[in-house]
Design a protein around this ligand. Structure first.
Ligand code: SF4
Ligand code: SF4
Length: 131
């Protein structure tokens, strides 16, 4: 079984990416720390801050695909938090990690990047198994 290096306290970024599992998190303390390498161009960070919400999952604009939400993984993670809450996402990521699911296997690509639609990605987050 693979070791899971999850830093649960870093949580989920405003865009839905998992700071707690990000390969950059050795030198970045998460989205709200201002240390994300992408923070200067990130639309999701700027926009959600302006709206005074914790992340895109709290936004009333459920169909928004701005910035990182144009990609399946952060959009699926954001939708997962909308449906089931942040704690449930962190619990699933932690359990999956302990069972060998890898968030960043090669660069910024890992097991959660294998999906073309968000419902398949959400099902994988829940079960840790690919259909
Ligand atoms: S890409 Fe944007 S929202 Fe995501 S972690 Fe970086 S600064 Fe935060
Ligand atoms: S979902 Fe879209 S509109 Fe809402 S905070 Fe995020 S980037 Fe802004």
């Amino acid at each position: 079984m693979e070791r899971c290096n999850m830093k649960r306290e870093l949580g989920i970024a405003r865009c839905g990416l998992a700071c707690c599992l990000c390969s950059e998190n050795a030198h970045c303390a998460g989205c709200n720390s201002g240390e994300c390498p992408d923070k200067d161009w990130c639309k999701n960070r700027k926009c959600s801050k302006e709206k005074g919400i914790a992340g895109c999952w709290e936004c009333e604009n459920k169909d928004c695909r701005e910035g990182l939400l144009g990609k399946v993984k952060p959009y699926a993670f954001t939708e997962f938090v909308r449906r089931y809450g942040l704690k449930e996402l962190l619990d699933c990521l932690e359990r999956n990690g302990k069972n060998g699911v890898v968030y960043h296997r090669s660069g910024i690509i890992g097991d959660y990047d294998d999906f073309e639609d968000i419902e398949s990605a959400i099902a994988f987050i829940k079960t840790g198994k690919k259909a």
